[in-house]
Write a protein that binds this ligand. Structure first.
Ligand code: SF4
Ligand code: SF4
Length: 234
């Protein structure tokens, strides 16, 4: 029996979509499969992420003025890539999109995700400077990816500078108190409007830390979702 081909990822890597994991849909646990919607006609799920700054640099180089420039870039890139590597094969991008895909569960299976104290995924290579960018169901037969074998760097981090760097004390109780974080972020003078000081304080993968513009973009978008629009006069 011939071995299945590896996922050709050169185009994705060049675009900064440099983390990929291929799952056979038949092997996924049921609690994940149910988050994918109707997968009839598809055999695989391809999880795509970015690590580091290259994706943002590519998005900026294209100069998109859209409301969601990263998602728009990702959809364009993944669509063009898939046409190159699997011409004529059916596929559907289910994230970004309306489907509530269980990304963290997939990240755990792929070996990408360990929870940092502030509940962002961390690994020893990228630190927290990576994210899920696309999930694609496809009628393809690529080799399934092995899970990467990486431990949680927080387990060996004695000083835990992320905890003391949080101005809201959101991790002081030994768990992450999301309401404290959100209260602080919503303040007019918040020091976390466009960043997370805990995340920035973590030394792991600091060479991949986003620049100020990318931080402002990412955290500005999440803040906008947290902040109700100001009332307007009639
Ligand atoms: S500072 Fe230490 S405990 Fe905090 S996220 Fe980084 S590695 Fe984990
Ligand atoms: S965004 Fe600010 S308040 Fe929230 S966890 Fe990060 S450092 Fe703490």
């Amino acid at each position: 029996m011939s071995e299945r081909p590896l996922l050709p990822a050169g185009i994705l890597d060049a675009a900064g979509l440099n983390r990929q994991h291929v799952f056979d849909l038949a092997d996924l646990p049921a609690d994940i499969s149910t988050t994918l919607g109707d997968t009839t006609g598809f055999r695989q799920l391809i999880l795509i992420g970015h690590g580091g700054r290259r994706l943002w640099n590519r998005v900026c180089a294209e100069g998109s003025g859209s409301e969601h420039p990263i998602d728009d870039f990702v959809v364009r890139t993944v669509t063009a890539w898939f046409g190159e590597v699997a011409p004529g094969r059916a596929f559907r991008i289910i994230y970004p999109g309306a489907t509530a895909v269980g990304l963290q569960r997939l990240g755990l299976l792929a070996g990408w995700h360990h929870p940092a104290p502030f509940m962002v995924g961390i690994d020893p290579g990228w630190g927290t400077w990576w994210a899920y960018r696309a999930a694609v169901v496809a009628d393809t037969g690529f080799q399934p990816s092995p899970a990467v074998d990486r431990n949680n760097p927080c387990a060996g981090c004695a000083d835990r500078p992320c905890i003391s760097a949080c101005p809201a004390g959101a991790m002081d109780g030994g768990h992450f108190a999301l309401p404290r974080c959100l209260d602080h972020r919503r303040r007019p003078d918040s020091t976390c409007a466009f960043t997370c000081l805990a995340r920035v304080a973590c030394p792991v993968g600091s060479e991949h830390r986003y620049d100020a513009a990318q931080l402002a973009h990412s955290y500005g978008q999440s803040l906008a979702m947290l902040t109700p629009p100001a009332p307007t006069s009639a």
